[in-house]
Design a protein around this ligand. Structure first.
Ligand code: CTP
Length: 415
């Protein structure tokens, strides 16, 4: 990055302070950083912080400078890259709609070079369809590179997606863009991930077995645990595939396959199982499905007081794969139990020939549909000493689960 000129646009969110760390990281890589703050960014962080870190001027007002060229043109001309981090929902909306009402938005409109955008905001704002549409527009129409936000505990004390992506990831992508590489190619992926190049397959959500065009047999699984595990696997550098019944609200930087029934889930898993090194089955798979699918909506008649639906067993996907598993493959299952948690989980570990089972009690405040979980990890060498991961967010539980998997099965040291 030696002598490369980067415009760092910072908008007004709590993650603005992290832009200082980003500037510092890029300065260490010998880049020349010129910071542009929006007025609201100055509520969170001072120009002096950036001036001190970058040894360059910091710009806020469009008309404060006596230059021959207008300031935004002058800055655009000398830049190799524009980074917008953190980018608030407001900044994204303005840029996506061509609004130029301050220095930063005017620069974004005038700049012709590569742009890296790292959003950070409250989950609801990120998931708002308008924000999602704006992101898509910037990606597709202007070829902006987006570093998707991470999930976790947010400053507004909620848990969800919206945290600024790790600074190292933003810096890494900036480097790739400046050197002309496509940051999405695996070569340019974060290289300090412990799961680099490991192929991970994760299933999530509850299957739905249709009865007629209106009704189905389903369960309460929301798919949040599997999604958090897939996000974390990706963060750690894994080549990640998620097969889920619940499409994530926001785009993911890895492959996501959406299915509905146990049969479709089985087909999708079998397509990728052979080439996967680690499979985590967190999906709640329906054990039964209706023998018959009714093409038209079933009508009740005035004479019926009871109505019976005939069901047939669905295949046990994990049990089948346990028999097909090759040396070196790691098979991980979940056990959700309302009683005899550890005993039942151990039985499933044995019957399905698993390497690890993640057991959680069915309780209202954890597990199904909740953002929290509490689990026991039971591996073959710890049958009688399961490791308890006490109640915390699913994002945090995922980190701990991956830490355990890395240590146990990949011979890698935990952080
Ligand atoms: N599973 C599967 N295919 C099924 C049922 C379950 O692959 N038809 C997997 C789940 O994804 C999970 C593990 O097996 O990883 C245990 O699932 P669970 O629903 O807890 O138990 P079951 O095996 O269905 O047994 P039971 O319903 O009797 O508790």
């Amino acid at each position: 990055m030696e002598n490369k000129k980067i415009l760092l646009g910072v908008s007004g969110g709590i993650a603005a302070y992290k832009a200082c760390e980003l500037a510092s990281l890029l300065v260490k890589e010998k880049a020349q950083i010129y910071t542009i703050l929006t007025q609201s960014a100055t509520q969170f962080i001072t120009p002096l912080s950036f001036k001190t870190i970058t040894y360059n001027p910091v710009y806020i007002n469009q008309f404060d400078y006596e230059l021959v060229e207008p300031l935004h043109i002058e800055l655009c001309q000398k830049a190799d890259l524009l980074i917008l981090a953190p980018a608030t929902a407001n900044l994204i909306a303005k840029i996506a709609n061509g609004i130029c009402d301050d220095l930063l938005t005017t620069i974004a409109c005038a700049y012709k070079g590569p742009v890296l955008l790292a959003p950070a905001m409250n989950t609801n704002m990120w998931e708002n369809p308008i924000t999602q549409e704006n992101i898509k527009k910037l990606q597709e129409k202007l070829n902006y590179q987006i570093v998707l936000p991470a999930s976790g505990e947010l400053a507004c004390r909620t848990v969800g997606i919206g945290k600024l992506a790790p600074i190292e990831e933003i810096a890494q992508k900036a480097k790739s863009l400046i050197s002309g590489q496509n940051p999405e190619t695996p070569d340019c992926k974060l290289k300090n991930g412990k799961l680099n190049d490991i192929k991970v397959l994760i299933t999530a959500g509850g299957t739905r077995e249709p009865i007629d065009p209106v009704r189905f047999i389903g369960n309460r699984s929301s798919g949040k645990m599997g999604l958090a595990l897939a996000d974390e696997a990706y963060e750690r550098g894994a080549n990640t595939i998620l097969i889920t019944t619940n499409a994530p609200n926001t785009e993911r930087p890895y492959k996501v396959i959406v299915v509905e029934t146990a049969h479709q889930l089985q087909e999708a898993v079998e397509n990728y199982f052979d080439t996967s090194q680690i499979l985590i089955m967190s999906a709640a798979v329906s054990d039964f499905k209706p023998i018959q699918f009714f093409n038209s909506k079933i009508k009740k008649t005035t004479t019926d007081s009871d109505w019976h639906l005939a069901l047939t067993r669905s295949p046990d996907i994990l049990e089948t794969l346990g028999r097909l598993k090759k040396d070196g493959q790691v098979l991980i299952g979940f056990a959700a139990e309302s009683e005899n948690l550890l005993k039942n989980a151990r039985k499933k570990l044995e019957n399905k020939k698993l390497d690890l089972i993640i057991a959680n009690e069915v309780r209202p405040e954890i597990g199904f549909a909740s953002d929290y979980n509490e689990v026991y990890l039971i591996s073959r060498d710890r049958l009688q000493e399961p490791k308890l991961l006490p109640k915390t967010t699913k994002t945090e539980i995922s980190k701990q689960i991956w830490g355990f998997i890395e240590e146990k099965f990949l011979n890698l040291k935990q952080n």
